[in-house]
Design a protein around this ligand. Sequence first.
Ligand SMILES: Cc1cc2nc3c(=O)[nH]c(=O)nc-3n(C[C@H](O)[C@H](O)[C@H](O)COP(=O)(O)OP(=O)(O)OC[C@H]3O[C@@H](n4cnc5c(N)ncnc54)[C@H](O)[C@@H]3O)c2cc1C
Ligand SMILES: NC(=O)c1ccc[n+]([C@@H]2O[C@H](COP(=O)([O-])OP(=O)(O)OC[C@H]3O[C@@H](n4cnc5c(N)ncnc54)[C@H](OP(=O)(O)O)[C@@H]3O)[C@@H](O)[C@H]2O)c1
Length: 366
Amino acid sequence: MSEERRDERTLVVLITGALTGIGRAAALAFAKGGSRVVISGRHKEAGQGLATVLHALGAEAEFLPFSDPRLSIREPPLRTIKSDMFGTMAHFSSLWESSSVKQPGRKSQMNATQLAKTTNGKAVEELDVLVVGAGFAGLYQLDHLRKLGYNVKVFEAGSDIGGIWYWNCYPGARVDSYEPLYQFSNEELWRDWNFSELYPSWEELRAYFRHVDKKLGLSRDIRFNTRVTGAEFDTDRDQWVVQASDGSVTRAHFFVLCTGLSAIPYIPSIAGLKDFRRICHHTGLWPQEGVDFKGKRVGVIGTGASGVQVIQEVYQDVAELTVFQRTPNLALPMRQRKLDDETNRRMKETFPQRFLKRAETFAGFD
Ligand SMILES: Cc1cc2nc3c(=O)[nH]c(=O)nc-3n(C[C@H](O)[C@H](O)[C@H](O)COP(=O)(O)OP(=O)(O)OC[C@H]3O[C@@H](n4cnc5c(N)ncnc54)[C@H](O)[C@@H]3O)c2cc1C
Ligand SMILES: NC(=O)c1ccc[n+]([C@@H]2O[C@H](COP(=O)([O-])OP(=O)(O)OC[C@H]3O[C@@H](n4cnc5c(N)ncnc54)[C@H](OP(=O)(O)O)[C@@H]3O)[C@@H](O)[C@H]2O)c1
């Protein structure tokens, strides 16, 4: 260890508890400078795994158990970083800034002090891939990338999976692409799932997503009620540094936005709207508990797909309905029909060809 005393670049990372992210981040940062890294902690496997990664990066790295006598040395230049609390992050920041092991290469816009200020007391999580959005696209990415062996998490602003089928739970909301085309083509998912209608309702889509979740175990890697609020690329470490509404900061090598086409609902600037004191909702942000229309005077603005659907449903309950249409739209009869088990069975014989065709056509139909 006397050799290490003279080695300005030596770092000891103490991996304590489950929060290994900061220790790992620190070790990776220092290792890039060609350091000698000594890792220790309670979790032998995690420590040895980190040593292997650091080796691959060209660093000299080894894991030592807590009991190793060489670890009793604590004074500089042997640097000790604990990865079990927020204070550690601040400690890491000051080490980073005072360190003689400055990173070569491009200048990052982020620095560790900035990060420490934004973590809101939480440890920085490290991922291979951070996916935003738990609709069709995000769920597919999660399953696919996990199967490729990546460490992936999905951040979702809503409190359940389904994407637009979580937010658009207004009366009449339903699919207008005929089944079987509006579902995943993975046979594991369609083999024992039957839609009951050619154009299923939002309720049935939610049940479908629950089925998908049960089959693939997706929710365990999804952080709900977590809106991504900012992201910057740290050029020193080739990672995205992503901020979320819960105050957390996450580092990821890949940042995949599956945020859909209607994440920000359009609200027209109608004079007096802010002062309107009565009930007012947007179909794309519909209250999860529903809205009681019975006996009310209702105005619907817009006759796009959402307007057409909501009008057809709520007119049955309301006392009076006024539709504000700016531009006439084309609406065709849906020709909805029920799908019994026998129909589903017969349809499934054609699924593989139809899914293949779907992937080859411009609009995604067969
Ligand atoms: C009512 C309705 C019916 C539709 N019916 C059809 C149909 O029949 N056929 C068809 O082909 N298409 C239809 N669409 C289009 C629909 O957008 C797509 O079919 C599909 O659902 C898009 O999936 P997605 O995963 O890309 O995005 P989305 O389902 O929109 O999912 C995006 C997710 O990202 C999340 N998100 C966004 N920003 C953030 C952030 N900053 N942080 C965290 N999370 C975030 C959102 O909360 C959302 O859950 C319909 C759309 C609507 C609104
Ligand atoms: N597949 C389905 O079953 C389904 C169901 C719902 C939604 N969607 C999809 O979701 C997306 C959004 O659909 P959407 O119907 O919610 O929105 P949309 O298609 O953008 O329609 C918005 C409607 O609001 C009107 N509007 C906007 N501002 C207005 C104003 N100031 N005064 C009066 N009218 C105003 C528009 O009229 P103008 O035309 O004059 O602008 C239009 O009729 C689309 O891609 C749609 O295909 C699909």
